[in-house]
Design a protein around this ligand. Structure first.
Ligand code: SF4
Length: 119
């Protein structure tokens, strides 16, 4: 049975929130994006949702509300530039866990040569 989730500012519809760099120019950014999507698919939207990274510096109220209401904030970045962690912190939030694919699993960054992210 699925429960409709209403997107209201400040209402905690998701237990935790993931922010992902989603960099499409490299293998690392694409992998970060796919990893976050996989986590949501496996755990379900009640447990975790992917936050709107661009909604933080643009001050989108519901995005700030959801982030404030989240139990934990996790960022997933492809490389040492740590784009998502920096954006989240610049918006005034504390990151509970930051994963960097090049550092934490030793992924080598290279330009993306994929023509599709769907296999
Ligand atoms: S963290 Fe690295 S891979 Fe991700 S968007 Fe920034 S530069 Fe690209």
């Amino acid at each position: 049975m699925s429960e409709e989730m209403k997107w209201e500012a400040g209402r905690n519809t998701h237990e935790n929130i993931i922010y992902v760099c989603f960099g499409g120019l490299s293998n690392t950014g694409i992998t970060a994006a796919l990893a976050a999507l996989e986590a949501v698919q496996e755990l379900g939207l009640k447990k975790v949702a992917i936050g709107c990274l661009a909604g933080l510096p643009t001050n989108v109220a519901p995005v700030h509300g959801k982030t404030k209401a989240a139990g934990k904030i996790v960022t997933v970045d492809g490389c040492p530039f740590e784009c998502s962690k920096k954006v989240v912190e610049a918006a005034g939030f504390r990151v509970n866990k930051n994963i960097v694919l090049t550092k934490d699993i030793g992924m080598k960054k290279r330009r993306s040569t994929r023509t599709s992210v769907v296999t």
